[in-house]
Write a protein that binds this ligand. Structure first.
Ligand code: FO1
Length: 315
């Protein structure tokens, strides 16, 4: 079965890791959010792409999910000594990657070419595609009338400001990166990973042409919320601040018209009826991924769910 996964940060990377364990390299393509990308200290940083790449290369920091394992922090210490911006913590190994990417982009490489080069050098066989090669920047509009670049909100201000809405600056003029639409067109099913629906998945869906391509496909999501709480990150807080109850029903509603099924946690069994009423098939399982066995187990269950839906729809 050919699968495309739409992924954001750490939750997305974990599920992609499980899927890569179950599927042949030519059967999995991952389309990654680039709305979180930004310039810091003159370097181009692509956090979600790096999280997915580091995870698949087996070099991600297991304690944070982002950054490199066995990292050292000499450059960061120097930045702190110099009173330079150090709120975004870049480790030494990670920095090497940012230096190379920035230099390649400066020489005229596309972002997808930079990612492909990294994958070749670090032994990643899964196809990893940025959602676009154009610059798109997520801004968080806050209830105190500010418009914050995503990492400023997420890391510098620790998600403290109350959100009012989101903007994906540049997305209307962007084009899907080479390979994105073809991967979707050739896929038997598309999986929306348990990433933040507002700031990780919506930017991907907003790239012109992506939603239209998805409308032709079987699309299945995995809820990033368990018992009304986000597994990681500010998704639940965002729902509440936007006046929406954080629940797997709300996640289903978020993707209504796009998905035909959703994996929710057994803790949210009470939501199943309401989700079915939206015309979406819920499946209950343990959605939390503690270790690599959980990642694989969830991926197997998800692929079986997709297969059963494909049979049901005669696709
Ligand atoms: N997240 C943090 O909470 N604090 C950091 O200092 C931080 C640094 C960082 C460096 C490189 C990288 O690839 C990711 C990093 N992240 C950090 C994670 C990142 O901000 C988020 O995971 C995503 O943007 C949200 O999906």
């Amino acid at each position: 079965m050919k699968v495309v996964a739409l992924a954001g940060g750490v939750g997305g990377a974990k599920l992609v890791d499980g899927l890569a364990d179950c599927l042949g390299a030519s059967d999995l393509s991952v389309v990654v959010n680039t709305g979180d990308d930004f310039n810091f200290l003159g370097l181009r940083i692509c956090p979600d792409l790096d999280t997915v790449c580091y995870t698949l290369a087996g070099i991600a920091d297991p304690s944070t999910g982002w950054g490199r394992k066995d990292e050292t922090w000499n450059a960061l210490t120097t930045l702190e000594q110099l009173d330079a911006p150090a709120w975004f913590r870049l480790g030494d190994k990670d920095l090497g990657h940012h230096l190379d990417r920035t230099s390649c982009l400066f020489q005229g490489w596309s972002l997808s070419a930079v990612v492909e080069h990294f994958c070749q050098r670090f032994g990643i066989q899964t196809v990893i595609l940025p959602m676009t090669d154009n610059e798109v920047a997520t801004y968080v509009h806050t209830q105190d009338e500010k418009s914050l670049p995503f990492q400023e909100y997420f890391v510098h201000l620790r998600c403290e400001p109350k959100v009012k809405g989101f903007e994906f600056r540049g997305v209307e003029q962007s084009r899907p990166a080479p390979g994105v639409l073809t991967a979707i067109q050739e896929a038997d099913c598309v999986i929306i990973c348990p990433s933040n629906p507002w700031v990780s998945v919506t930017p991907i869906l907003s790239v012109p042409g992506v939603r239209k391509a998805l409308n032709e496909k079987l699309v299945v999501a995995v809820s990033p919320l368990i018992g009304g709480k986000a597994i990681k990150g500010p998704a639940a807080k965002m729902y509440t601040e936007l006046g929406i109850e954080p629940s797997s029903v709300s996640v289903s509603r978020h993707y209504q018209g796009l998905i035909s099924g959703i994996l929710i946690d057994t803790e949210d069994e009470k939501d199943a009826k309401q989700i079915s009423r939206l015309g979406i098939i819920p499946m209950m399982t343990n959605v939390f991924m503690r270790d690599s066995e959980d990642r694989k187990r969830l991926a197997i269950e998800l692929l079986q769910f997709c297969e059963s839906q494909l049979k049901g729809k005669n696709l």
